[in-house]
Design a binder for this molecule. Structure first.
Ligand SMILES: *Cc1c(COP(=O)(O)O)cnc(C)c1O
Length: 460
């Protein structure tokens, strides 16, 4: 078979034409052939949103092996905010890989690791002295945040929330809410994890108005009465939930919990793995309600697509574990650190947080117009370049409609739009565009979503 022609300039993914273009059905023949190989070699537990194999990606597009150009409203799950294969990231990776790819920071350290920790100390909320430790995946960083919190407080219990997602390792599975597919069959899980109600405005029994304060009061009461505040090392929360369905907690919920934690000697840990690095229109989502977490966990968007994660926080907490108590062979890999430094520079110099806010300004009115037209769209929510619609039965019935959400997503996929689903009931469509996507491409993507809704959802 001939190689499909691609105008990749060799400068990285940003050389790709930034327009949606389908030259075969989706998936095309090459992707179907690769899928046939895949099922014979890749474990079926590892699944994919679209059965389309990538060949190049950059800006706001993914080009598949059949030469189709898809609009990327997923960013590889909130990872490639600065654009896929961004030129500056590619150059930093190449230069670092040419110097050395690994020594292990625990054997002979290197400057890039220290540079990332310095950047995190500067960027994370809080005017106090900070330290960081670097790891490889988000789950690994969440695990380490719990280790550090237990070491610093001498307490064991950890509070997490309904709809939470914290990862797929044993401890983080215990912290994650959703059984299917994340936990089913994989227990027993780690003990001393307590799941409490989340301020979910759309589904709060008392209505959205006082959701934040009412939910916080419930959580605090449950901590006091059923766990015992003195037993709790940390409360771990996503400032906007990711896999849980982009739930923005009711106003006041996070500040009240942070205040309670400070009084009770409980560490407030923000899991900003999905929300961090400009995704919600500020460097960290916590900044929105002026939350200063004791520890902040980051990963996904930190390094422009390379695997890197971090725990950052107050020096005295971070320095609690004994020397040698934290680490890992690949943690803070130098190539990933070089990519992170280039990524952070792009976010700051390009005001990509401002770009994320601009994306919300463009997209939210269109999503709200869709919600006006289709009452199966029960809720529109999110912040910055992290936006979602929740699909329900409609006609006053808020019951989740997973099948319809899946059908809308599939209709988008057929038209060349990468869009992901989320939510405890799988009925949320989430948009995570790269910050560098052009306005035209984003608007075309939103038009495709509108077409998909028109195909699947009944009008009012
Ligand atoms: C993705 C995610 C994780 C897990 O990160 P991995 O790199 O997949 O291990 C943890 N927390 C949140 C909020 C996430 O979105």
């Amino acid at each position: 078979m001939d190689e499909p022609t691609l105008s990749v300039s060799g400068r990285g993914g940003s050389g790709l034409p930034q327009t949606r273009r389908l030259v075969t059905e989706i998936p095309g023949p090459r992707s179907r052939a690769l899928s046939a190989r895949r099922v014979r070699s890749v474990a079926r537990g590892v699944s994919s949103t679209m059965p389309v194999f990538a060949r190049a990606a950059g800006g706001g597009v993914v080009v598949d092996v059949d030469g189709n150009t898809l609009i990327d409203l997923g960013s590889g799950i909130a990872v490639t905010g600065v654009g896929n294969a961004a030129d500056e990231v590619v150059a930093a990776v190449a230069a670092q890989a040419g110097r050395f790819t690994h020594t292990c920071f625990m054997v002979t350290p290197y400057e890039e690791y220290v540079g990332v920790c310095e950047a995190l100390a500067r960027l994370a909320p809080g005017g106090f002295e900070k330290r960081s430790a670097l790891f490889t995946s988000g789950a690994e960083a969440v695990e380490n945040a719990v280790k550090i919190a237990r070491s610093a407080t001498g307490r064991g219990a950890v509070v997490v929330f309904e709809h939470a997602y914290h990862g797929r390792t044993n401890l983080t599975m215990a912290m994650t809410a959703k059984a299917m597919p994340y936990k089913a069959g994989f227990g027993p899980f780690a003990p001393e994890i307590y799941r409490l109600p989340l301020a979910y405005p759309y589904r709060w029994p008392g209505g959205p108005q006082h959701c934040g304060e009412q939910a916080a009061a419930q959580v605090i009461d449950l901590i006091r009465t059923e766990i015992g505040a003195g037993a709790v090392a940390a409360l771990v929360i996503e400032p906007i939930q990711g896999e849980g369905g982009f739930i923005v907690p009711g106003t006041g919920f996070l500040p009240r919990l942070a205040e309670f934690c400070a009084d009770a000697g409980i560490l407030f840990i923000a899991d900003e793995v999905q929300t961090g690095f400009a995704r919600t229109g500020t460097m960290f989502a916590c900044e929105d309600e002026n939350i200063v977490p004791d520890l902040i966990v980051t990963a996904k968007g930190i390094a422009g697509g390379l695997p890197l994660s971090a725990v950052t926080g107050r020096a005295e907490i971070m320095d609690a574990p004994q020397i040698g108590g934290l680490g890992g062979t690949f943690g803070g890999n130098p190539v990933a650190c070089a990519a992170a430094l280039a990524t952070i520079d792009l976010i700051e110099s390009g005001d990509l947080a401002g770009r994320a806010r601009h994306i919300a300004e463009l997209a939210l009115p269109r999503l709200r117009a869709l919600a006006d037209r289709y009452d199966a769209i029960g809720d529109v929510r999110g912040r910055g370049a992290m936006l979602a619609v929740e699909i329900v039965r409609g006609q006053g019935d808020h019951s989740p409609d997973r099948a319809r959400a899946a059908a809308v997503a599939a209709a988008c996929h057929r038209r060349g739009l990468i869009v992901l689903s989320a939510g405890t009931w799988g009925n949320v469509l989430r948009l995570l565009p790269p910050f560098v996507i052009s306005d035209e491409l984003l608007l075309d993507g939103l038009d495709v979503l509108a077409e998909a809704c028109a195909e699947i959802l009944p009008t009012r």
